[in-house]
Design a protein around this ligand. Structure first.
Ligand code: WQD
Length: 340
């Protein structure tokens, strides 16, 4: 199938690109490199001998999109492109609304112009907000607590309205939990700009000596050891959910939403222990205050994805830490230089 991947240079996008190439899909990637590096494509080429089209551009640029849809004529779109830092979205909310929502509206209009009716959207468990119950299932109320989370939820609603107005439209919305890890080769992985906000890349950079110590944001939560609990999902498992979703949208109409998580939770201290076991490195840390806006604990009920998407996470936390360390130790500065 001909698939357009927006944001295909990113952490999850590049893993998904690799897996789609492996299934002989024809791919066009659109990325503006605002939070990624074009060097990732040299690495993808090291792992796959399949060619693909690459367009540097912004999903908000109507002319760029028109050229892609008229020239490449995608049958389906996987839409990753968007800003995704929770804290930053609180500081710059309108930048997030403009980028994430206008970008998606422009994309859907470009799809309509050539009757492209299939989309897989990168959403987030952050749409749920403070848990009313756990594990979250897809029926859980969506009351996001950050502008970033609200852009994801509003985009979900945009897609649902688009589908209702377009009988032949077919959409899958994937609500990611906490993506971590790297390709088993260590050739592609997570390469955040600046100092990482997220736990796993921060721990990885402490382990490789780029950062000195981890700050644990609170140990007085109502969890088994007092530290925050999350459902970490291996990025390769997450990428595979997109492959299954491309098959799903090809054979259906309407909109389906799926939680993509393991259904297991791990606390910050448990992640530290798992990473130390996987890397053989000690992770110095100190307990600090809670991070504003953090939720104590959340994890997925992934049963719907198991049953309807024929998808199930295969990798556990030890695998995630092993692969994250393999990537970081071979690429201490990310994609800046060649792999060690
Ligand atoms: C995990 C746990 C922190 C860093 C975010 C987004 C979410 C999604 C995934 C996009 C929490 C603790 C963290 C650190 C720490 N992204 N922590 N010290 O906040 O669950 O989710 O990333 O969709 O939308 O909200 O992930 O990795 O930042 O935090 O103690 O230096 O680790 O308090 O308990 P989070 P995270």
């Amino acid at each position: 199938m001909r698939v357009l991947i927006t944001g295909g240079a990113g952490f999850i996008g590049s893993q998904t690109l690799l897996q789609l190439l492996g299934e002989q899909h024809e791919i066009c990637v659109l990325d503006n490199y605002s939070n990624s590096s074009p060097m990732v494509f040299e690495r993808v080429a090291m792992l796959s001998n399949s060619a693909f089209e690459l367009v540097e551009g912004d999903v908000r640029d109507r002319d760029t999109l028109a050229k892609i849809f008229e020239g490449f004529r995608p049958e389906a779109v996987i839409h990753f492109a968007g800003l995704k830092a929770v804290g930053e979205s609180t500081t710059f909310p309108i930048r997030y609304y403009e980028n994430n929502m206008l970008g998606t509206a422009t994309l859907l209009q470009a799809m309509d112009a050539v009757q492209c009716r299939q989309i897989v959207f990168s959403s987030s468990a952050t749409v749920y907000g403070v848990p009313k119950y756990l594990p979250y299932d897809e029926a859980h109320p969506c009351i996001p607590t950050s502008p970033y989370g609200r852009t994801k939820y509003f985009i979900e609603e945009m897609i649902r309205d688009w589908s209702a107005a377009t009988p032949t439209a077919s959409a899958v919305i994937l609500r990611y939990f906490n993506p971590v890890g790297a390709h088993s080769s260590g050739i592609i992985g997570e390469d955040p700009n600046d100092i990482p906000n997220n736990l796993m890349p921060y721990i990885s950079q402490v382990a490789v000596g780029k950062l000195s110590k981890l700050q644990v944001f609170g140990n007085d939560y109502d969890t088994r050891d007092g530290t925050g609990l999350r459902d970490y999902i291996h990025v390769v498992d997450l990428a595979r959910a997109h492959l299954n979703s491309i098959d799903y949208v090809a054979g259906s109409a309407g909109v389906e939403t799926f939680n993509i998580g393991t259904g297991e939770g791990a606390t910050v201290l448990e992640v530290i222990q798992a990473f130390e076991a996987a890397s053989g490195q000690t992770i110095p840390y100190e307990i600090n205050q809670r991070r504003p806006g953090d939720i104590a604990a959340f994890y997925a009920n992934p049963a719907k994805a198991h049953n309807l998407l024929d998808w199930r996470a295969k990798f556990n936390l030890a695998n995630m830490c092993r692969d994250a360390w393999n990537w970081q130790s071979k690429n201490p500065d990310g994609y800046v230089q060649g792999p060690k």
